[in-house]
Design a protein around this ligand. Structure first.
Ligand code: EPZ
Length: 426
């Protein structure tokens, strides 16, 4: 087992290459199950969740070829699901990653049946899958949940329908969208998610021959087709990774260029950071983030569906607010249990009070290094960021959470002058 050790107090200077978006790559990989032809995905991030999805798709019969190797920007994954040999997604893999549920729609629509383990709760909340199942039922699937597995059958194939999601869900929108591409007739998804990762998925599905209109809006029209073909697609840059490093500059101070970061995917995040006192400029290669001030200003932040502030950056912005001048209110509106980082930040000297979905943060002059650990990806990285600005040494345990979604985290920060390393725990 490894931990990440950070000696705080070093300013950051340099450039960080932003990788392809994990949360765009996962549904795109699931989409490869919709066709027997080749899907070539470039800018694929080298993170554990991608490897987990690869293991799952292999069980279903997909084969993989990694092309161009070495730099992440050029890494291309060729996926071929010529024949689906197995429609069961087993508990052992699904429990490792909730995004595994995204194979349900493609398997069902291509094969007429699928059996996928229920993902269960997780560290950031209960995270039910009722909206995924109801959407597929609307498309004509018969679904039963037995012994921890979702059994879905569509004997005569799926049939287009009007689906009105009771609330916005990224995953349920993706599952319904994937299933509807091969359903008979038209499907309309109302109150669909419009996150950039969904737009990326639609762009690739269209290259595969899917007929979809409305991407980037909350209503999607899908005209089912008989079959889909192969495609080549470059995954969008990871807006959450870019936001994470922008916040790192706010905490540590300094100047960093985020290569390939896109302003249009981060408008709300950038406006919060500018209010906090950071300077952010677009460059030819991405975004330059500058933090000259000693103390940053406090800002109230509320998470929400795109284009609002993303829940996946809530923990990181809280680390920044912990060392701001003044008080800030951080409201988590997407997940009910996503404050796992709070007790750990408090161990580092942060002053935070939780009441329901609200976190009241009183900025301290500085945080102090401590041994900490977190139970999910974004909470873990928030602790790394806090460590960059803290006095003394911070050790973040359970590094495997970081590896699920951040490619070369230590290397990227180290290249900008951070004193950070991975240490083997005996
Ligand atoms: C996606 O999860 C992301 N994961 C999450 O990123 C992200 O936090 C989340 O969207 C919100 O933006 C991937 O893209 C792989 P949801 P997802 O369905 O699709 C409730 C990260 O750190 N809900 O939009 O699972 C749910 O409990 C991860 O990279 C139901 O009630 O999220 C939540 O409160 C973590 N019933 C809300 O909807 C359902 O059937 C939004 O969840 C589905 C969801």
């Amino acid at each position: 087992m490894y931990k990440v050790s950070i000696q705080g107090g070093r300013r950051l200077k340099g450039a960080i290459q932003i990788s392809g978006a994990k949360n765009a790559a996962l549904p795109l990989m699931a989409a490869s199950l919709l066709t027997e032809s080749d899907i070539k995905l470039s800018n694929i991030p080298e993170v554990v969740d991608i490897a987990t999805m690869q293991s799952l798709l292999t069980i279903h019969g997909a084969s993989f070829e990694l092309m161009n190797g070495k730099t992440s920007k050029k890494r291309t994954l060729l996926i071929r699901a010529k024949k689906i040999v197995n429609t069961v997604a087993p508990y052992d893999l699904v429990r490792k990653m909730r995004a595994s549920i995204l194979v349900l729609g493609p398997l069902l629509t291509r094969c007429g049946h699928a059996k996928v383990s229920l993902p269960g709760g997780c560290a950031i909340g209960a995270r039910p899958v009722d909206m995924h199942l109801n959407a597929l039922k609307s498309l004509g699937a018969e679904i039963e949940v037995e012994e921890g597995y979702i059994h879905a059958v569509a004997k005569d194939g799926l049939k287009g329908a009007k689906i009105n999601f009771p609330s916005v869900s990224v995953g349920a929108t993706e599952n319904a969208l994937l299933a509807a591409t091969l359903a008979r007739g038209e499907t309309v998804l109302h109150n669909a998610a419009s996150e950039p990762e969904i737009v990326d998925l639609i762009n690739c599905l269209k290259k595969m021959g899917a007929k979809i209109e409305g991407e980037g809006t909350r209503t999607l029209h899908i005209q089912g087709v008989d079959c889909l073909c192969g495609a080549e697609h470059k995954i969008i840059p990871d807006r959450i990774e870019a936001g994470t490093y922008a916040i790192a500059v706010g905490i540590a101070g300094g100047e960093v260029e985020l290569l390939d970061a896109r302003k249009d995917l981060l408008e709300e995040v950038l406006s919060v950071l500018c209010l906090a006192g950071l300077e952010i400029n677009e460059t030819e290669k991405g975004l330059r983030v500058i933090c000259k001030k000693n103390r940053i200003k406090s800002v109230d932040v509320s998470t929400g569906v795109f284009p609002a502030f993303p829940t996946d950056l809530q923990a990181q912005i809280m680390s920044l607010m912990c060392i701001s001048r003044g008080k800030s209110l951080i409201t988590e509106k997407i997940f009910e249990g996503r404050f796992m980082h709070v007790p750990e930040l408090c161990r580092m000297g942060a002053k935070i009070r939780i009441s329901g979905q609200n976190a009241y943060v009183t900025g301290a002059e500085k945080l102090y290094g401590a041994s900490v650990m977190a139970t999910d990806l974004r909470a873990s990285v928030a602790l790394v960021l806090a460590g960059l600005g803290a006095e003394g040494k911070t050790e973040v345990n359970r590094v495997y959470h970081l590896d699920r979604g951040y490619e070369n985290l230590e290397k990227k920060l180290k290249n900008c002058g951070a004193a950070i390393e991975r240490v083997l725990v005996h």
